[in-house]
Write a protein that binds this ligand. Structure first.
Ligand code: PLP
Length: 422
């Protein structure tokens, strides 16, 4: 019996042993196609020699130096690269070890920004139902995933939650996609008015929703209206690209496709591509300046921020992404969508096939015509996961909600190096 504290204590997990290209192999040699890159992590696939070489070289030269004493070349280089590629005015990069840490840093930075500029009365965040922003208490509080939050609700700050932009279930009959997007975006304004806009710090959302809904992109115009409302009331727009960023949707940053700019953006998963645990929070120069010229100290930090080895991996990954792999993701994503449409588009239990790039979701329903989800107690998602695994496919199925606001879904996020035959 292993002494590892496994998350799933009632499931016997296979032991992963080797990763090669788009495949994982367990200790018995069984092969699995990595259909979701773990949780949209392994964008380069496994065993990439350039990333391995970059990590080895960095470990040999300088594995770690604490950021209270030193900066490092890989961190500076990675920040420059990210800023050069980022849309809008994102100008500073704060490196952490993963997605939840990136979101925590974003929430604290946003709050501290308003304290520094003399608006300490701002204390609320608005986010969306059916959202996930991480498992640490601050990030968890900001998400709307009831299943993940329930047990911890009494020890968390309350976040205001508005509707997600989820056309498959939210758009009314006879309503255009655009009008639907404006209607749900306007819920932000209503919520600001209810709370008192001068008490609100920011709005947090994933440009394309991953874990909770299964690769749901916004309808056209939704984020433009959200940006307008944020500007009108002076609140910050915080975009969580931990899952949908780093090329996953066919552009390096998912929100590029919305024609908007953000005040703070979080990234992780694909940045280290699974080779190193790394995430980052990016912000505009004006937010950074408020702190630099104010207290001069961001009241936040962890031991491993700006880790040189993790940043070296990030540099090697980003070089590959911007060197053609993001475009490949866009092209292969269209092929995947067509293949999924022709295979499952008319399937009696698939209600929707959606997504962008190599970030695709299938919503599983009991009844296609009425969109009725399966009873979550049936655990369809667990059955799919087990069946897929025994057939050599690792993919990411999630359960629906008891109130039917979403059905079970399967998230597909394969490595960008996949080939046509996959
Ligand atoms: N934000 C989003 C959108 C995510 O999908 C996740 C993880 O799935 C997180 C934050 C948390 O990231 P991590 O698990 O690396 O802490």
């Amino acid at each position: 019996m292993s002494h590892v504290f496994a998350r799933h204590s009632k499931t016997d997990l296979r032991r992963a042993s080797i990763g090669k290209g788009t495949y994982l192999y367990d200790a018995d040699g069984k092969e699995y196609f990595d259909g979701s890159g773990g949780a949209a992590v392994s964008c380069l696939g496994h065993g990439d020699p350039d990333v391995i070489a970059a990590i080895q070289a960095q470990v040999a030269q300088l594995a770690y130096a604490h950021t209270s004493f030193f900066t490092s070349e890989p961190a500076e280089e990675l920040a420059d690269r990210l800023v050069a590629e980022a849309p809008g005015a994102l100008d500073k990069v704060y490196f952490v070890s993963g997605g939840s840490e990136a979101v925590e840093a974003a929430l604290k930075l946003a709050r501290q920004y308003f304290v520094e500029i003399g608006q300490p009365e701002r204390r609320h965040f608005v986010a969306r139902r059916q959202s996930y922003h991480g498992n640490t208490l601050g990030a968890l509080a900001t998400g709307g995933n009831v299943w993940r939050k329930q047990a911890f609700a009494p020890i968390m700050v309350e976040t205001s939650l508005i509707s997600p932009c989820y056309a498959y279930r939210g758009q009314d009959e006879g309503e255009s996609a655009f009008d639907y997007g404006q209607r749900v975006a306007n819920e932000l304004e209503e919520e600001l008015q209810r709370l008192g806009p001068e008490t609100v710090i920011g709005f947090v959302a994933e440009p394309v929703v991953g874990a909770t809904l299964g690769a749901v992109p916004p309808v056209e115009g939704y984020f433009k209206r959200i940006r307008e409302i944020c500007d009108q009331y002076g609140i910050l727009l915080i975009l969580d690209e931990v899952m949908c960023g780093m090329g996953r949707t066919g552009t390096l940053f998912a929100h590029e496709q919305e024609g908007i700019t953000a005040d703070i953006v979080t990234i992780a998963k694909g940045l280290g591509a699974g080779y190193q645990p790394i995430g980052a929070m990016m912000c505009t120069d004006s937010i950074h300046q408020a702190i630099a010229e104010g207290s001069g100290f961001f009241q936040h930090g962890h031991t491993y921020i700006g880790h040189p080895t993790a940043c070296a991996a990030g540099n090697a990954v980003l070089k590959k992404l911007t060197g053609g792999l993001v475009q490949r993701c866009a092209v292969m994503g269209e092929k995947l969508q067509s293949a999924l449409q022709s295979e499952f588009g008319q399937h009696p239990h698939i209600g929707d096939v959606r997504g962008r790039g190599l970030f695709r979701g299938l919503e599983i329903v009991e009844d296609r015509a009425t969109k009725k989800p399966f009873d979550p107690a049936k655990g369809i998602n667990k059955t799919i996961k087990q069946t897929a695994m025994s057939n050599g496919l690792a993919c990411y199925p999630m359960g629906g909600t008891v109130d039917g606001r979403q059905g079970d879904h399967v998230l597909l996020a394969p490595p960008f190096i996949l080939e046509d035959h996959h």
